[in-house]
Structures are given as C-alpha cells and as structure tokens.
Design a protein around this ligand. Structure first.
Ligand code: HEC
Ligand code: HEC
Ligand code: HEC
Ligand code: HEC
Ligand code: HEC
Ligand code: HEC
Ligand code: HEC
Ligand code: HEC
Ligand code: HEC
Ligand code: HEC
Ligand code: HEC
Ligand code: HEC
Length: 306
C-alpha cells in the first residue's frame, strides 16, 4: 500500500511538471472537468441517466462507473489519461473532487425543496437555467426566487413563504441592512430583487422616506449648481424620488443665474441669451419649450442654429 502511494506521488509530480510545461500557467477552473453541453446536447444523454434519485430524495451525482460506460479508465495504471477528467490538483490530492460547483447562495440554508414535487411539472432546465449549454461545472447557476415565482405566484401555485423557507420572516432585517445601508441600499436594489418580498408596499415604505430624506449630494448649492449636471448625466437616478412635475414646476418659475446678466435681452445677435443658446440649446429645453422662444422669434434664428 505504502509503495503504491509513493508511486502515485511520483507519477503525479511527473505529470505536474509535464502539464505545467505544456500548458504553462493555464488556469484550470474546476477539479473535475465535465461538459454538460457535450454530453447532454451533442451526445443526447438524459439528465436522469446521470442524476438518479438517491435515498434521501436528493438527486445523486454520477460516480466513475457511469463515465466508464463510454470512457476507458484503467484504475490500476494511473496515467495522464486520468487528467481528461481530473485536474492536476485533484490528481495530486487523491483525486478528490472539491469546489467544482459554485456555492449555493446564503438563502439556500433554509430552503425547502423537493425535486419530486416538480416531476412532470417542470423540465430540469427550467430551474437549472442554461445548463445544457455549459461546458464547465463552474458555470452552474443556482435558481433564485424569481425562477420559482414563475409558477409560485399565488395564483397557480401557492407563494406562502413557509412553503419554501423554514426561517425567513418579513419582520427581520437581513444582514445586508447593517452598517451604512441608508447610503448604498439604492445600488443594491438594482441588483438584488428580493426587496419587494419584504417591502411589499414599496409605494409607501420607500417613497415616504424618499420624499423627506435627501441624498448626500443635495448640498446648499445643489439648486444653483450641481443638480443640473447630475440630471444630464443620468435622470433615472432622480426619478427614484422625484416626479417629473416636481422638476418642471420649479423650472417654470425659477431662472438660472445667467438670466440676471445685464445683456441677457440686449437687442443684438451677440446678446447674452443668443450666445448661451448657441452654446447649449439643449439646456434651454430643460425649462423652455421651443414655442416659447418662437413668441419673439417666429422661425428664423433657431432653425439656423441647428
Ligand atoms: C454524463 C453525465 C451527466 C449528464 C447526462 C448530466 N449531468 Fe449534471 N453533472 C454531471 C457531473 C459529473 C456533475 C458534477 C458532479 C460532481 O461535482 O461530483 C454534474 C453536476 C450537476 C449539477 C450540480 C450538482 C451538485 O451537486 O451541485 C446539476 C444541478 C446538474 N448536474 C444538473 C444536470 C441537468 C439538469 C442535466 C440535464 C440537462 C444534467 N445535469 C445532465 C454529470 C451529468
Ligand atoms: C454515453 C457515453 C458517455 C458517457 C456515459 C460519458 N461520456 Fe464523456 N464523452 C463522451 C463523448 C462521445 C465525448 C467526446 C469524445 C471526444 O470528443 O473525443 C466525451 C468527452 C468527455 C470529456 C472531454 C471533453 C472535452 O472538452 O474534450 C470529458 C472531460 C468527459 N467526457 C467527462 C465525462 C465524465 C466525467 C463522465 C461521467 C460522469 C462522462 N464523460 C460520461 C461520451 C460519454
Ligand atoms: C471520464 C472521466 C474520468 C476519468 C478519465 C477518470 N475519472 Fe476519476 N472520477 C471521475 C468522476 C466523475 C469522479 C467523481 C465521483 C464522485 O463525485 O463521487 C471521480 C472520482 C475519482 C476518485 C474518487 C475521489 C473521491 O473524492 O471519492 C478517484 C480515486 C479517482 N476518480 C481516480 C481516478 C484515476 C486514478 C483515474 C485514471 C486512471 C481517473 N479517476 C480517471 C471521472 C473520471
Ligand atoms: C423546480 C425547480 C427545479 C427543477 C425542475 C429541477 N431542479 Fe434540480 N435543483 C433545484 C434546486 C432548488 C436545487 C437545490 C436544492 C437544495 O439545495 O436543497 C436543485 C439541486 C439539484 C441537484 C443537486 C442534488 C440535490 O438534489 O440537491 C441536482 C443533481 C439536480 N438538481 C439535478 C436536476 C435534474 C437532473 C433535474 C430534472 C430531472 C432537476 N434538477 C430539476 C431546482 C430544480
Ligand atoms: C414550472 C412551475 C414550477 C416552478 C418553476 C417551481 N415550482 Fe414548485 N411546485 C410547482 C407545482 C405545480 C407544485 C405542486 C403544488 C401543490 O401541490 O399544490 C409545486 C410544489 C412545490 C413545493 C411543495 C412540495 C410539497 O411537498 O408540497 C415546494 C417546496 C416547491 N414547489 C418549491 C419550489 C422552489 C424552491 C422552486 C424554485 C427553485 C419552485 N418550486 C419552482 C410548480 C413549480
Ligand atoms: C417557491 C419557493 C419560494 C417561495 C414561496 C418563497 N421563496 Fe424566498 N427564496 C426562494 C429561493 C429558491 C431563494 C433563493 C435563495 C437565494 O437566492 O438566496 C429565495 C430567497 C429569498 C430571500 C433572499 C435570502 C437572503 O438572505 O439573501 C428572501 C429574503 C426571501 N426568499 C424571502 C421570501 C419571502 C418573504 C417569501 C414569502 C413572500 C418567500 N421568500 C417565498 C424560494 C421561495
Ligand atoms: C429611511 C429612509 C429610506 C427608505 C425607507 C428607503 N430609502 Fe432609498 N434612499 C434613501 C436615501 C437617504 C437615499 C440617498 C442616499 C445617498 O445617495 O445619499 C436613497 C437612495 C435610494 C436610491 C438611489 C437613488 C440614486 O441616486 O441612484 C434607490 C434606487 C433607492 N433609494 C431605492 C429604495 C427602495 C427600493 C426602497 C424600498 C425598498 C428604499 N429606497 C427605501 C432613504 C431611504
Ligand atoms: C427579509 C426581509 C427583507 C428584505 C428581503 C429586505 N428588507 Fe429592507 N427592511 C426589512 C425590515 C424588517 C426593515 C425594518 C423595517 C422598519 O424599520 O420598519 C427594513 C428596513 C429597510 C430600510 C430602512 C433602513 C433604516 O435605516 O431605517 C431600507 C432603506 C430598506 N429596508 C431597503 C431595502 C432594500 C432596498 C431591499 C432590497 C435590496 C430590502 N430592504 C430587502 C426587511 C427586509
Ligand atoms: C427648486 C427649483 C428646482 C427644482 C425642484 C429643480 N430644478 Fe433643475 N434647475 C433649477 C435652476 C434654478 C437651474 C439653473 C441653475 C443655474 O444654472 O443657475 C436648474 C437647472 C437644471 C438643469 C441644467 C440646465 C442647464 O443650464 O444646463 C437641469 C438638467 C435640471 N435643472 C434638471 C432638473 C431635474 C431633472 C429636476 C428634478 C429632478 C430639477 N432640475 C429640479 C431649479 C430647480
Ligand atoms: C433619495 C431621494 C432623492 C434623490 C435620489 C434625489 N433627490 Fe432631489 N430631493 C430629495 C428631497 C427629499 C428633497 C427636498 C424636497 C423638499 O424640500 O420638498 C430634494 C430636493 C431637490 C431639489 C431642490 C433643492 C432646493 O434647494 O430647493 C432639487 C433641485 C433636486 N432635489 C434635484 C434632484 C436631482 C436633479 C436628482 C437626480 C440627480 C435628485 N434630486 C435626486 C430627494 C431626492
Ligand atoms: C432653470 C430653468 C431655465 C433654464 C435652464 C433656462 N431658462 Fe430661460 N427662463 C426661465 C424662466 C423661469 C424664465 C421666466 C419666464 C417667465 O417669466 O415667464 C425665463 C425667461 C427667459 C427669457 C425671457 C426673458 C426673461 O428674462 O424673462 C429668455 C429669452 C430665456 N429665458 C432664454 C433662455 C435660453 C436661451 C436658455 C438656454 C441657454 C434658457 N433660457 C434657459 C427658466 C430657465
Ligand atoms: C422676449 C423675446 C425673446 C424671447 C422669448 C427669446 N428671444 Fe432670442 N432673441 C430675441 C431678440 C430680440 C434677439 C436679437 C434679434 C436679432 O438680432 O435678430 C434674439 C436673438 C437670439 C438669437 C440669435 C439670433 C441669430 O439669428 O443668431 C438666438 C440664437 C436666440 N435669440 C435664441 C433664443 C432661444 C433659444 C429662445 C428660447 C429659449 C429665445 N431666443 C427666446 C428675443 C427673444
């Protein structure tokens, strides 16, 4: 036994040198190489031919005997052939298979799920999205709640939280809410779509606060300099808290500092507003409709500007 192990180690070191030599620093992403696309799509293997039902109701993963139906594996004589499926690291580590599949999201710790309940109801690929097109195990994605919600919408199939979660209660703040959540919850809400499950009345919960609490960038000079540029940059950010009417009501009554200039209305083509308009007509449109200009201009000047 001892002798065998040392052979193995010598072999593995040899292979290591060989493989590193040939492939340089090419990164192997998983300890087990397996290509779902190649086997499922190109070789028409059904999912359950490899993932049979286990004892505990969970689906099992295939052992090497399954692979041997098609692949030659000579266990008595380990060779570089083993590296068709095992990474060098796996081979060096007694062929252990670890860390091949991306970890499940935290929320899975309290998830209740049974494949049986979905037999004949959903295809494997409905929940394991894209798996038939993946050529590495590292690409596997675990279904999020929105996948479930396609059916569990409260109409066709129940959506009671307790059906799938042993623990989630809406009244408990998730971990994400610690620290300076007030500052970065906005960004999170764009990627993490779970908000609505606990804050189901967003109109009230979110908007009540947004109507009174200002972002940090709303400093004293925000009105006269700053907000315009920010809004030009990305107006959607403002829509989180402001209606379009909020903006236009003010714009109809408050003039920019530029309008106070002595020559703003001088009757020459080089007057203040003419120059400003030529420089940046878009900015005038923030507050003026073109027809307002037309009250004095008929048609001429503006058309020439374009
Ligand atoms: C030829 C065999 C084979 C076929 C066919 C196959 N798989 Fe797999 N599958 C594997 C292997 C091997 C792994 C990696 C298991 C491991 O890490 O031990 C795997 C992993 C998975 C995992 C992750 C399991 C875990 O323990 O985290 C899922 C989910 C999965 N497959 C779904 C599918 C689906 C859905 C299909 C059909 C579209 C399918 N597989 C078809 C061999 C197969
Ligand atoms: C029904 C037959 C069949 C079974 C069962 C099977 N394979 Fe394959 N496998 C193939 C075929 C066909 C190819 C393509 C061979 C080629 O292109 O040289 C292949 C290729 C591969 C490759 C090389 C992929 C590449 O990108 O070059 C790996 C790795 C592999 N299989 C892993 C496995 C593993 C792991 C299992 C067991 C969980 C398994 N296979 C089970 C038929 C099978
Ligand atoms: C066609 C792909 C393939 C080839 C080639 C292959 N293996 Fe494997 N091997 C697997 C799969 C798949 C598993 C994972 C089974 C599991 O998760 O329980 C595995 C698991 C193992 C294990 C068990 C590891 C553990 O954690 O339990 C050993 C030992 C092993 N292989 C040795 C070898 C040796 C030695 C060779 C070369 C002679 C070899 N394998 C070639 C696919 C392959
Ligand atoms: C309704 C959604 C859904 C469908 C349909 C589905 N799965 Fe899954 N699958 C999941 C979820 C969720 C998990 C994770 C379960 C957990 O961690 O408790 C999972 C886990 C797995 C695992 C890891 C082992 C286990 O049982 O936890 C394998 C393998 C797997 N699925 C394969 C398949 C195959 C093959 C099919 C088609 C026969 C299939 N799945 C259909 C949602 C689904
Ligand atoms: C394609 C539709 C569909 C999708 C997608 C789906 N389910 Fe289901 N699910 C069903 C149906 C239908 C039932 C049976 C409902 C019943 O018995 O009233 C069910 C039942 C269940 C049950 C109850 C099982 C039992 O033993 O009573 C759980 C738990 C469950 N689903 C979890 C999930 C999870 C988690 C997901 C997402 C990963 C999911 N489902 C995605 C259709 C779906
Ligand atoms: C049909 C099954 C199902 C139902 C019903 C369901 N969930 Fe989920 N939930 C999931 C799945 C699957 C996840 C995915 C785990 C993840 O992405 O973290 C999840 C994730 C979550 C998460 C994120 C977990 C975290 O800590 O990041 C929260 C919060 C959550 N659910 C709350 C709820 C609430 C509240 C309800 C009731 C309105 C509910 N869920 C109903 C299946 C379900
Ligand atoms: C306690 C008050 C409060 C509540 C409740 C609240 N927010 Fe906010 N929100 C703020 C503050 C303050 C900011 C500005 C943070 C900063 O940038 O200084 C903000 C910013 C945002 C932004 C970013 C706007 C931008 O500039 O990109 C989004 C998006 C957002 N919140 C979404 C939500 C959603 C969705 C909810 C409800 C689930 C919610 N908020 C609940 C106070 C709150
Ligand atoms: C699992 C349930 C749950 C989820 C999911 C959740 N929240 Fe909350 N959230 C709470 C609870 C409970 C509170 C405290 C409510 C209260 O004070 O009335 C809270 C409070 C907040 C507050 C106010 C914080 C403060 O300092 O007063 C904001 C802002 C907020 N959530 C935004 C979000 C956003 C954005 C998301 C999605 C990215 C989200 N929440 C997801 C449960 C949740
Ligand atoms: C309290 C009044 C007020 C409110 C409310 C207001 N603005 Fe303004 N806005 C102004 C003033 C005054 C200026 C001119 C600043 C200067 O240049 O002197 C301006 C300028 C602008 C400009 C730049 C025009 C230029 O000269 O380049 C844009 C864009 C803009 N605002 C967008 C918005 C948006 C979007 C909102 C709503 C989210 C909004 N504003 C809300 C008063 C307001
Ligand atoms: C998190 C919510 C929130 C976001 C996001 C937000 N604002 Fe505001 N804003 C407020 C609140 C609250 C006030 C104060 C309202 C009041 O006094 O009635 C305010 C006031 C203003 C004012 C008036 C300032 C003054 O001195 O009178 C302007 C202008 C303004 N916002 C423009 C913008 C623009 C432009 C954006 C996007 C770049 C934006 N806001 C994004 C919450 C927000
Ligand atoms: C922040 C909003 C805002 C912006 C931006 C703005 N204006 Fe005005 N402007 C006003 C308001 C308010 C009035 C007064 C309207 C009234 O009294 O009916 C006005 C009036 C005027 C007048 C009439 C003369 C006066 O002083 O009453 C002219 C001409 C004019 N603007 C040209 C421009 C041009 C050209 C631009 C672009 C370079 C521009 N404005 C950008 C708000 C704005
Ligand atoms: C109260 C009347 C009045 C209003 C309203 C007005 N203008 Fe003018 N504008 C003038 C006068 C007067 C001149 C100089 C006339 C001339 O030389 O033809 C002028 C000149 C100009 C010129 C230079 C003309 C040229 O042919 O090069 C431009 C450009 C211009 N205005 C743009 C605007 C824009 C844009 C608006 C609307 C935001 C606007 N004006 C609103 C009265 C007005």
């Amino acid at each position: 036994m001892k002798i065998q192990i040392s052979y193995k180690i010598i072999f593995v070191s040899l292979v290591l040198v060989l493989v590193l030599g040939v492939y340089g620093c090419k990164k192997e992403d998983t300890s087990l190489k397996f290509d779902h696309k190649l086997h499922v799509m190109d070789n028409s293997l059904s999912c359950d031919s490899c993932h049979a039902k286990g004892k505990d109701g969970k689906l099992t993963n295939p052992g090497m005997d399954k692979c041997q139906e098609c692949h030659e594996i000579d266990m008595d004589h380990p060779s570089e052939k083993c590296l068709q499926c095992h990474s060098v690291k796996s081979a060096a580590n007694d062929y252990k298979i670890e860390g091949t599949i991306p970890e499940k999201p935290k929320g899975y710790r309290d998830l209740i799920f049974k494949h049986e309940a979905h037999e004949g109801v959903a295809e494997c690929g409905t929940c394991h999205k894209g798996i038939c097109g993946q050529n590495s195990l590292s690409q596997i994605e675990w279904p999020d709640m929105f996948v479930c919600k396609k059916c569990h919408n409260g109409k066709d199939v129940p959506i009671d939280c307790e059906m799938c979660h042993t623990e989630v209660r809406k009244e408990i703040k998730p971990e994400s809410h610690n620290g300076d959540w007030a500052m970065h919850h906005g960004l999170e809400s764009r990627f993490d779509r779970s908000c609505q499950f606990c804050h189901d009345n967003q109109e009230r919960f979110c908007q009540d606060c947004h109507r009174t609490q200002k972002p940090k960038d709303h400093i004293l000079s925000w009105k006269t300099s700053g907000h315009g540029e920010e809004a030009m940059h990305d107006r959607r950010l403002c829509a989180t808290c402001h209606t379009a009417a909020y903006c236009s009501d003010c714009h109809r009554s408050q003039k920019p500092i530029s309008h106070a200039r002595g020559n703003w209305m001088a009757y020459t083509r080089e007057n203040g507003h003419a120059e400003e308009a030529k420089r940046n007509f878009r900015s005038c449109n923030v507050c003026h409709t073109t027809s307002e200009c037309m009250q004095c201009h008929q048609t001429i000047a503006l058309r020439r500007m374009k």
